[in-house]
Design a protein around this ligand. Structure first.
Ligand SMILES: [Zn+2]
Length: 94
């Protein structure tokens, strides 16, 4: 058991949260022209990173807000949390 820092509520028990999978998945703008294979790739194919990975999380048993997190998949360490409208820490050299 460990703590996850909700951007709105602060540190809370991990059992209050649910992971929504990989972050920063951009919905295609031209879905009408996509093949079934391209659509399936968008829906189901995700990276399987060993190390720091960007994920979407929701504080389901708290404020109900979604946020992004950088989590090390090897150690479960949360490197950073950031709001959905923010760029990942380090993406611009910060
Ligand atoms: Zn919260």
């Amino acid at each position: 058991m460990f703590l996850i820092e909700c951007p709105w509520c602060g540190k809370r028990d991990q059992r209050e949260f649910s992971c929504g999978g990989e972050a920063h998945i951009v919905r295609p703008t031209d879905s009408e022209t996509m093949s079934d294979e391209q659509w399936a790739d968008y829906l189901f194919m995700r990276s399987n990173t060993l190390g720091v990975h960007a994920e979407r999380w929701v504080h389901v048993h708290g404020c109900g807000q979604w946020f992004n997190a950088l989590r090390n998949t090897a150690t479960d360490e949360f490197v950073a949390v950031y709001r959905m409208d923010e760029t990942p820490p380090g993406a611009h050299g910060d």
